[in-house]
Design a protein around this ligand. Sequence first.
Ligand code: BES
Ligand code: MG
Ligand code: ZN
Length: 472
Amino acid sequence: MQFYINPSDFAKSSLFVIPVLEKRIDEILEEKIQKKIKTSLFSGKKDSTFLLESEEKVFLLIGLGESPDPWEIEKSFRRVLTKNKELVEKHITLDFHDLCSKNLIENALVGFQLGSYSLGFYKKEKSRDFGDLKVNILSQNKDIDQIFLKSQKIAKAKIEGFKLVDLPPNELTPEYLANWAIEKGKNLKINTKVFNEEISKNEDLKAFLAVGRGSSKPSKFIILEYRNPNAKFHIGLVGKGVTFDTGGLNIKTAGMVHMKSDMGGAAAVLAATQLIADLELEINLTTIVPAVENAVDKDSYLPSEVIGSHAGLSIEVIDTDAEGRLILADGLSYMVKNYNPDQLIDFATLTGSSVSTFGYECGALFSNDDNLSKSLQDAGMESGEKVWPLPLWEKYRTEMDSEIADIKNYNGKPIAGAITAAKFLEAFIHEHKKWAHMDIAGVAYGDSEFSKTKSGTAFGVGLLLKFIENQL
Ligand code: BES
Ligand code: MG
Ligand code: ZN
């Protein structure tokens, strides 16, 4: 897509997209179309649209309701390209007229660009990618140039986040993620390190290596360092990168087909890292993605095996399907020992239990710091990527006591699974004082109006951006 901001000649656009706030509908119609529309047909209500032709122009009116939330605007504008393909020819004009709020325009522009994303990666006949589309942006906001540039970076990062989850596990392997990170290192101010299995062994990443043992695809321990000379603080992100989760020898009996999404945490932190570097935010950021495939093979790790870990704790493996916490344990421990960031945050599609608890509405949030917890909840509310807290009480830790080792990876009970998983992780953070764990199993991937199958959501990218911006 090519964008033109307030061009002098936009008359050749055949399609004009006009957002309409419910309370402003009369003025907008008067000013833009010189026509009245019966309120019963269109009144600017949220999620409504109205199409109308007038003097060789087609107007697509987008109802935003009284006071729309940012993510609702994003969704409304994502529909422009996904739902109106046949209307969109070579030119389109987005007329923000007197809707001047920076947030509204930013979210609308992000949503509009997300509309070009399509899942048909392997189709002989590709769907239209809108590469040739000329987009006019009309706005009276004096910062419209910056708003647009920022929206472009956000949309690019979110699309990366979608794609990483949506690509199938024969393509999106640990090596793919490693190459992705190396590529980012070339284009952005990011320093990428990738540990292969041999280096990982020298670095004592024993729990991480145990999980990947059954896979023919070599495990990769991926580190991205973004450094800004004016950094106000240092954030450490860790993302679960299980590129496919068969469950291992405790093989999954249900839902395995969806387990390409088990690197949703990695997708979130990688896409967020791209965005933070692209926006040159004034922070230091270190991102770690332990990337493995949890597969079935003669070499697979066994239930009842006792394995080591980077933190030095021995772990009794009760269930090989509780693999995410094992690789995260090494990721978190490595982060604290080598980088000691001010804030440590991990994202993981960790437990079915978090899905049973919250459904698809929000992620489960755990933190040992009340301020951090509150800031993440607030950022979630502002971005529409909601997270809600669950407790880390000591009582739950005793559930993970092992007879034979320092800790076990599962207590064998079908209760409080998201919490006991979080307690397991906490044992590996070396008492870091500002840690948060986000279990995003229910929200990283799912049904949406934008595709026929479940697909990636890039959940976490918007939340992290808000979380950081709120601190700058
Ligand atoms: N990848 C799953 C968690 C998951 C479940 C993600 C549903 C997305 C949707 C994870 O590795 C897993 O298998 N967890 C087990 C843990 C159990 C064996 C302790 C679970 O939640 O059942
Ligand atoms: Mg192997
Ligand atoms: Zn699993």
